[in-house]
Design a protein. Structure first.
Length: 110
């Protein structure tokens, strides 16, 4: 899947998603540091990419007000970068490009 990692998304997770076969472009690689969230969403959409973010509230708000996008994947801070990448990968399997919003959560602690 074509993905666009915003500035606060962990680079090691993006790298692992690449290893798992996803095409991930980071905001930093795209020269978009310190870019407001609405403009990140516009940029990702213009490239046909779903946004990867930890900034769940802002991007979900943009989705709810009807902002155009090519998908949003949000998650919270997770020290287990490989586990987080695996959960995101699993959530994306079979997902078609389009206007959807997914939350990928850490597993509950026992």
């Amino acid at each position: 899947m074509l993905l666009y990692a915003d500035e606060d998304f962990p680079y090691p997770v993006a790298e692992e998603l690449r290893r798992l076969g996803h095409d991930v472009l980071t905001a930093q690689e795209d020269g978009r540091t310190a870019t407001p969230d609405p403009l990140i969403l516009v940029r990702a959409h213009s490239l046909g990419r779903a946004v990867l973010t930890r900034n769940r509230a802002d991007f979900e708000r943009l989705d709810m007000v009807g902002a155009d996008h090519s998908g949003i994947v949000s998650g919270r801070h997770d020290k287990d970068h490989f586990g987080q990448a695996a959960r995101i990968h699993a959530a994306l399997v079979g997902q078609s490009p389009g206007r959807w919003c997914l939350r990928v959560n850490r597993p509950a602690k026992p």
